[in-house]
Design a protein around this ligand. Sequence first.
Ligand SMILES: [Zn+2]
Ligand SMILES: [Zn+2]
Length: 147
Amino acid sequence: MPKASKKSKIPEGFDKIEPTLNKLLAKLKESQAKSLKTTNKNESLWPIYQINHQISRYVYSLYYERKTILSELYQYLLKQKYVNKDLIAKWKKQGYEKLCCINCIIVNEKNHENTCICRVPRKQLEDDGKDFDRCITCGCKGCSSID
Ligand SMILES: [Zn+2]
Ligand SMILES: [Zn+2]
């Protein structure tokens, strides 16, 4: 007999959020396909980061802010990797509530020597006379929590 009973069950409430998740995942796939065909690598990755962010944000707000999904469903989404666990963990920390993506806070020689410019508050950038439109990592327009 196959171990049918051991298969992870889909938690209650999943059917309610599935259409939104599927729509976002379809958009994600589309962006990934587009990115493979383009020569402008950096920019073509931006939508991928942004949609990933959107999916995690959607689930995060359902669970932590609107409290409309149960813990069982939330854990399931984490386990099935619908959401970015690391990103959500950061959002719970003060100062990181609006963080765009994990890459922008990873400091190493391949990325940037300091945390990405998109993490610096607008006000501070203006005071420093720095020009900033979008960050090159993920296309973020600024994700400081005091902006
Ligand atoms: Zn950012
Ligand atoms: Zn950035």
